[in-house]
Write a protein that binds this ligand. Structure first.
Ligand SMILES: NC(=O)c1ccc[n+]([C@@H]2O[C@H](COP(=O)([O-])OP(=O)(O)OC[C@H]3O[C@@H](n4cnc5c(N)ncnc54)[C@H](O)[C@@H]3O)[C@@H](O)[C@H]2O)c1
Length: 393
């Protein structure tokens, strides 16, 4: 197999490392890079066969914020090897810099943890880099790989249904978690919103999106961990600037409906983990005719200890209920899909490419602006400015 780079060896980096080994990679084919020498040391102890590099340590000895950081990485270890594939799972504030550096140094296929960046400026840096180099960037929106979402998509297509309203309750309790965070809005809220946007693109075309949002800033971040992340990466937000919860109303205009309405509550201080999306599905021929209410719960632990997704489908006219539960490993599926496209195979329709991932950045950027203006309605997207969002699972 071709060599592959993983940048960021924290929680998600370890998940991808194990996935690569499960999918047939040898340790000798994996290069791991991290800014934190404690992380590289732990990984090297666990996986002695992989090449591990620490930016600030002896192996590279150049700050990741220097212009030539990745040139130094490539010169020191990849000289002549032409490594073309990378997985980026650094913390969100650094995604754009890492992606741009990898692209400028010849990496042609990059899979980046969601979201692509903290704001539109970060996304534009990625856009410019990949326009220069022809690099293909995919973002890891793993919920797209849910089997119950695929079932719902098929039902909507078969029965000619459209989504007309929806809600998201998404969160967990990250109080005192030992990982730094840029905030709930940027890192967490985008999951459920991504599901709504995807379903809103079935049997109708999104023409415009507006949001109104408010954020809260409760204390939940481990200040020591956050300060360390900030010392290693000066662009990391300080603990008291990190949002904890997002309350958002979203309005979507489509070619079929004047206003789809969504309510989103996402939080890093939700007492228990909840990953729920509910949608009302109406007839595409008569959008005022409700047909089903579909409730989805993701990553629930079932009685036999497996992780499953559940779809509860209620027929509105007679209240009959059908429940489907499917065990799944969505991260493994999305890793497999990325490796396939990097190997020259067709893009898996569930994968999220740069243009599609941009919507999540536009969304969180707009919600932040709305919050800063007292909850004013802010435009996220307008079809006259950009290509239509047409995403199907
Ligand atoms: N898809 C999901 O369900 C999911 C779940 C958790 C996290 N995430 C995303 O994954 C990303 C990483 O999250 P995590 O939980 O693994 O965080 P983490 O803090 O556990 O790991 C991030 C690692 O990146 C390293 N790092 C930071 N800047 C770097 C740089 N410039 N170069 C090299 N290394 C750098 C840190 O030292 C750390 O080891 C985030 O963007 C987050 O939003 C996604």
């Amino acid at each position: 197999m071709k060599k592959i780079i993983i940048v960021g060896l924290g929680q998600m980096g370890l998940v991808y490392l194990k996935n690569l080994l499960t999918l047939g990679y040898q340790e000798s084919e994996i290069v791991g890079i991290d800014i934190d020498s404690a992380k590289t040391k732990t990984i090297k102890e666990q996986f002695p066969g992989i090449t591990v590099l620490n930016h600030l340590g002896e192996q590279i000895n150049v700050s990741p914020y220097a212009d030539d950081a990745y040139e130094a990485v490539f010169a020191s270890v990849f000289a002549g090897e032409g490594i073309s594939t990378a997985i980026v799972c650094t913390n969100t504030p650094s995604h754009h810099r890492v992606i741009a550096d990898l692209a400028d140094n010849g990496v042609k296929h990059i899979f980046c943890e969601k979201p692509l960046g903290m704001n539109i400026e970060a996304a534009n840096i990625i856009r410019d880099a990949i326009a220069r180099t022809g690099t293909k960037v995919y973002a890891a929106f793993l919920i797209n790989f849910s089997p119950v979402l695929a079932d719902l998509t098929e039902l909507m297509k078969n029965e000619n249904l459209i989504l007309t309203e929806g809600h998201v309750v998404w969160g967990k309790n990250r109080f005192g978690n030992n990982r730094p965070t840029p905030g709930d809005l940027e890192d967490e809220s985008v999951h459920g919103v991504g599901v709504l946007h995807m379903l809103a693109g079935i049997n109708q075309t999104i023409q415009g999106i507006n949001v109104s949002g408010r954020l809260t800033f409760s204390k939940y971040v481990d200040e020591v961990v956050q300060a360390k992340a900030q010392a290693l990466d000066p662009t990391f937000p300080a603990a008291d600037a990190v949002n904890s919860s997002s309350m958002i109303i979203e309005q979507v205009v489509t070619d079929r409906c004047e206003c789809l309405t969504f309510g989103i509550h996402s939080s890093y201080i939700m007492g228990v983990q909840r990953r729920e999306v509910g949608v009302l599905l109406c007839s595409a021929d008569d959008p005022r005719k409700p047909v089903y209410y579909a409730g989805m719960e993701f990553d629930i632990r079932t009685a036999d200890g497996k992780i499953s997704d559940r779809l509860t489908l209620t027929k509105i006219e007679n209240n009959s209920v059908e429940v489907t539960e499917k065990a799944c490993n969505k991260i493994m599926e999305e890793t497999r899909a990325f490796l396939a496209v990097a190997d020259g195979q067709a893009k898996d329709p569930r994968s999220t490419d740069f243009a599609e991932a941009l919507m999540a950045v536009r969304f969180s950027d707009s919600v932040l602006r709305s919050h800063m203006n007292g909850g004013d309605v802010v435009e996220v997207y307008n079809m006259t400015d950009a290509k239509p969002l047409l995403k199907v699972a």
